[in-house]
Ligand binder design. Structure first.
Ligand SMILES: Nc1ncnc2c1ncn2[C@@H]1O[C@H](COP(=O)(O)OP(=O)(O)O)[C@@H](O)[C@H]1O
Ligand SMILES: [Mg+2]
Length: 344
């Protein structure tokens, strides 16, 4: 398992996405129901002068889990610390975060499904009673002392709620699932972020970038950054529909927003496994990727757009996927034509 660097507990952590990440919940686009519920919880906690209840976010990568988790403490006007579940290998790793937590402050644990069981269990009393049980000494001399913590808020984020143990899940007062964005919402994000990047963009170009971003804000931002570079290098610095299309075609991002890896996944199932059904492990192995990468990053959008379905015997391509790849048989246009139409 790859170890990820732990971000130091600090109020002003370094965010590599800072230029485009909304700083306040009200600046976020979409997720209206989630936003409405969180706004009530934040408002009520502020009115009571209490800590906010613990919150768990889940959903595929790039949909706003970290953004919500970092906007909430700003909205509350409290400090926050950020840690990654992958880096908290033992209870001793999480102790500094807990003892540093100020009253009403937020501790954000990203990838919380990667916490080992011992750390999860250590967190239970911290979450429930703001208390940790420390064992000092060894063997017959060992004794347990209780240490009182300041009341704080734990925010967890995960791409896989299924991997979280039920007792941990149940200790979060709010559980919010983030879903994919509509093209209109993504186009709005692209339009606003073009402004932040100080580049002019035409409305239909923003819609085009949105449509090729797999319903995911992070991808919309990445594509926008690339289109901006392309525009500034190859065109007059203004993003038009034609320029946006040319830039995305150069990156091999097709009209459905699939990139080379997505198409390789579909092609692997088609060519190597006869369209499926096939176990995800076999596909991952053939593509030389981890199962986690496939399940977390590649499959959610392909499943959602019904290019792939899950069956009891494994993954299976749909007719739409065959059509999209130009393997759809007699009813579909010739492969060469289809290949061109993929790009628009
Ligand atoms: N609701 C939103 N409104 C505007 N931008 C968003 C929204 N959600 C995500 N983004 C953008 O997408 C990027 C990735 O989101 P992030 O919160 O890091 O995703 P996650 O933590 O779920 O993987 C953010 O930096 C931000 O710029
Ligand atoms: Mg994140």
């Amino acid at each position: 398992m790859s170890r990820e660097p732990i971000l130091q507990p600090t109020a002003d952590f370094v965010d590599d996405d800072r230029d485009l990440r909304p700083q306040r919940m009200q600046d976020m686009v979409g997720q209206r129901e989630v936003y409405a519920r969180l706004e009530i919880a934040v408002d009520a906690a502020e009115k009571r002068g209490d800590q906010l209840g613990h919150i768990l976010f889940d959903g595929p990568p790039g949909l706003g889990k970290t953004t919500f988790a970092t906007c909430i403490p700003r909205d509350l006007g409290v400090n926050f610390q950020i840690a990654s579940g992958a880096a908290l290998a033992a209870p001793k790793d999480v102790i500094p975060y807990l003892t540093n937590a100020e009253e009403r402050s937020v501790l954000f644990i990203d990838e919380i499904h990667r916490l080992p069981k011992a750390v999860e269990e250590f967190l239970y009393p911290a979450m429930e009673d703001f208390r940790i049980d420390l064992t000092l000494g060894e063997g017959v001399n060992a004794r347990t002392i209780n240490m009182q913590l300041k009341p704080f808020t734990l925010i967890g984020a995960t791409t896989r709620t299924g991997l979280l143990s039920a007792p941990l899940r149940d200790r979060f007062q709010m559980r919010e699932h983030l879903d994919f964005y509509t093209i209109e919402e993504l186009a709005e994000i692209v339009r606003r972020n073009a402004g932040k990047l100080r580049v002019e963009i035409e409305t239909d170009a923003a819609v085009e970038i949105a449509g090729r971003s797999r319903s995911t804000p992070r991808l919309a931002n990445n594509r926008l950054r690339w289109v901006r570079d392309y525009t500034q290098s190859k065109a007059d610095g203004r993003i038009t529909l034609g320029v946006a299309r040319a830039a995305l075609e150069m990156q091999e991002i097709d009209v459905k927003g699939l990139d080379r890896q997505d198409r390789k996944y579909l092609e692997t199932i088609a060519r190597v496994f006869g369209g499926g059904p096939v176990g995800v492990e076999a596909v991952a192995h053939t593509m030389n990727l981890t199962v986690d990468t496939l399940i977390d990053e590649v499959e959610p959008y392909l499943l959602r757009s019904e290019l792939v379905v899950r069956t009891p015997r494994g993954r299976k391509m749909t007719a739409a996927a065959l059509d999209h790849l130009g393997l759809g048989g007699t009813a579909s246009p010739a492969a060469g034509e289809q290949q061109r139409s993929l790009f628009g």
